[in-house]
Design a protein around this ligand. Structure first.
Ligand code: PLP
Length: 425
């Protein structure tokens, strides 16, 4: 077998190499599309795993990256600093919910969450308080590093690693009508006095099935955490940058978490970067003349200047372009397209928050390992659409520049593929 015939050495994420169809090779990205080597334009209905906000290769972000490479590659971020990171931190503090004052950089959503957990535990440790328990919500997803898996839902994704995962308290998901049970469970768990942090995805659990809960519940969770002396960590890795209709989802509950994690849309999706924002007392608990209180965490690529420049360009786009209007337009186009599925018996539930819509296909075998999702993915792919259902949950989270025509195509395909799946189930 010569090199050209041998299988690729690439090991892809969340991919069963024994089963998958041949990979599509993408040669270019543009607006809301991926363009493959045969010249086919594929509508990126999930913003390439939720990172692309304004559209692929926004010219201002690309220009900022090109400019930054005139002066920078990577710069060590301990003991040294640079203007892109400083300007970005100031910009983030201005845009984030009020009261967050410090910005710690890392390089992915998972590391932003790891940092948040370590900050929370460090905060209590340095104050001499014995609080180290984390409370999370059922069905949550916070990433795939060991700490992030520990605070996420347990299941087939992390079964082999469970011996390594630490124990956390879990709240039942606040289904409509059952919110009080969640709040009571939180009160109960906090009574132990050992809770360091309550960690939540605000308003929508993403990878856990695009499940929604009300801003009033988030506000109650924040109040209980605060009363019991626990920190609230908001994982806005998916929800940030306008996805739910506001810049950050926490705004809709009128709360400022003690720690906020952001990544994905931070650079408009162009480069990997993450930030964990904290309130001043968390920073102050670490600041000392005592070296043992140092926040011992870094990623080699923390605060990469080129990624920071991309993020600064993203902030400028938010300030200068009608991003909110684009989000409002996409939100109303999504509502309009979703309307016809609302009483459709093929779907057990449809829902929307901001630019995100989800349709639960009423079908047998809905678990993650069922073949519903791969079959749907194949059908969508044949129709020039990147849509990756979570089990039986078909969702769209497209870039903000998506057109009505592209959404028409996506929803027509959802309609058609729902029939195809049912006729062959
Ligand atoms: N937190 C949330 C809410 C996410 O949705 C994700 C990724 O989808 C992560 C954390 C992990 O982010 P990353 O894949 O960049 O590590």
């Amino acid at each position: 077998m010569n090199a050209a015939q041998s299988p690729s050495p690439v090991w892809h994420p969340f991919t069963q190499h024994g089963l998958e169809q041949p990979f599509k090779r993408i040669v270019r990205t543009e607006g809301s599309s991926l363009i493959d080597e045969d010249g086919q334009r594929i509508f990126d209905g999930i913003s390439s795993w939720w990172v692309i906000t304004h559209g692929h290769r926004h010219p201002a972000i690309m220009a900022a990256i090109r400019d930054a490479t005139e002066n920078f590659d990577q710069v060590i971020f301990a003991e040294y600093s640079h203007e892109p990171a400083e300007a970005l931190a100031s910009g983030l503090i201005e845009l984030a919910p009020p009261g967050l004052t410090h910005v710690f950089y890392s390089d992915s959503g998972s590391t932003a969450v790891e940092v948040a957990i370590k900050m929370a535990l460090g905060y209590f440790h340095h104050r001499g308080e014995r609080k180290a328990r984390i409370i999370v919500m059922e069905h949550s997803y916070h990433g795939d590093t060991v700490g992030a898996m520990s605070v996420g839902e347990r299941g087939v994704f992390n079964a082999p690693y469970q011996p390594l995962l630490f124990d956390v308290g879990r709240l039942p998901f606040p289904r409509p009508g059952q919110e009080q049970q969640t709040l009571d469970a939180l009160e109960q768990l906090c009574r132990g006095g050992d809770v360091a942090a309550v960690l939540v995805e605000p308003l929508i659990l993403g990878a856990g099935g695009m499940k929604l809960y009300a801003p009033s519940v988030l506000a109650e969770i924040a109040a209980i955490a605060s009363r019991s002396g626990a920190l609230l960590i908001a994982d806005e890795v998916m929800t940030g940058w306008g996805r739910t209709g506001t810049l950050f989802a926490c705004e809709q509950a009128g709360i400022t978490p003690d720690i906020l994690c952001t990544s994905k849309g931070l650079t408009g999706g162009a480069l990997p970067l993450a930030a964990t924002l904290s309130k001043p007392e968390i920073f102050e608990a670490h600041r000392s003349t005592d070296r043992s209180r140092t926040f011992f965490h870094s990623s080699s690529y923390a605060a990469n200047p080129i990624a920071c420049a991309a993020a600064l360009a993203n902030l400028d786009i938010w300030r200068q372009e009608p991003v909110k209007e684009r989000i409002a337009t996409l939100t109303s186009m999504q509502s309009e397209k979703l309307a016809r599925f609302r009483n459709d018996p093929r779907f057990s539930e449809v829902r929307q928050i901001g630019t995100i819509t989800a349709l639960d296909l009423a079908t047998q075998g809905t678990g993650y390992l069922s073949d519903v999702s791969p079959r749907l993915r194949r059908l969508f792919r044949e129709r020039g659409l990147l849509i990756r259902p979570l089990g039986n949950v078909i969702y769209l989270m497209p870039p903000y520049c998506s057109s009505a025509e592209e959404l028409n195509r996506a929803y027509a395909a959802i309609d058609e593929c729902a029939d195809l799946i049912r006729s062959t189930s």
